[in-house]
Design a protein around this ligand. Structure first.
Ligand code: TYD
Length: 229
């Protein structure tokens, strides 16, 4: 009994990062993890699709372009299968151990990529969410927002001479839809989501991310007094 109640009170926080291609999520997650680690919180950085051995195999499948052959609805099933494994094997156990989980993309990416841009019925995605993530909702979702031209340029610089992956290869209209979708999600769920301007130097954007997190999660946390701005 005692152990169970202690574990519950020490549950970690679940923070997801979302945005279109080249938004700078991985850079920002790394900077945030370093900052949280410096405050004494324990962090786990993970990503989707992937994050667990089984889900990494599914990542390879979808990003290789195979998902495109199956169509967006079936592709959502692959993302959902990967997510179910990731939640069960990595995210939930880490939260239960009191870790702060920082995840590069989560269910909002399925909503934006397969739902809004891929035109998969939202009710179908609701059903998938019920079986894959149940009641697990992020405590905070950081949505990195920037003009699609900037994002596409950054993504092209990052990959150098390599070929674009399944989603980088989509036309500009697709990327505009993604941006609109993420902005709508932020507007619809203001308690969970914060839209961050992702243009500018990484350190400047990191400052915006930190302010959002501090205001929303650290002011009520027990350790808040020990953490300075
Ligand atoms: P990744 O190389 O991780 O790209 P990024 O740096 O943009 O996150 O590739 C993940 C791709 O998978 C990305 O294009 C978004 C897409 N995706 C979906 O379409 N649906 C999903 O549910 C998830 C998690 C990702």
């Amino acid at each position: 009994m005692m152990a169970a109640s202690l574990a519950t009170s020490a549950r970690g926080r679940f923070i997801t990062f979302e945005g279109g291609e080249g938004a700078g999520k991985s850079t920002q997650i790394k900077l945030l993890a370093e900052r949280l680690d410096a405050t004494g919180l324990r962090t786990v950085v993970t990503r989707e699709p992937g994050g667990s051995p089984g889900a990494e195999i599914m990542r390879h499948l979808v990003l290789s372009g195979m998902g495109k052959l199956l169509g967006s609805a079936t592709e959502s099933l692959l993302f959902a299968a990967a997510r179910a494994d990731h939640v069960k094997l990595v995210i939930e156990p880490a939260l239960e151990r009191g870790m702060w989980v920082l995840c590069d993309r989560f269910a909002d990416s399925t909503r934006a990529y397969q739902g809004y841009a891929g035109e998969v019925d939202p009710k179908f995605l609701d059903a998938l969410e019920r079986v894959t993530i149940g009641n697990l909702k992020p405590d905070l979702t950081i949505i990195l927002d920037l003009p699609i031209e900037t994002g596409m340029r950054r993504a092209a610089e990052r990959r150098g001479k390599g070929p674009p992956d399944r989603f980088e290869d989509e036309a500009a209209g697709f990327h505009q839809k993604l941006r609109d979708a993420f902005r709508q999600i932020a507007e619809r769920e203001p308690d969970r989501c914060v839209l961050i301007d992702a243009e500018g130097e990484p350190a400047i954007v990191a400052g915006r991310v930190w302010t959002a997190l501090r205001d929303r999660l650290l002011t009520q946390a027990p350790a808040a007094e020990a953490i300075s701005a």
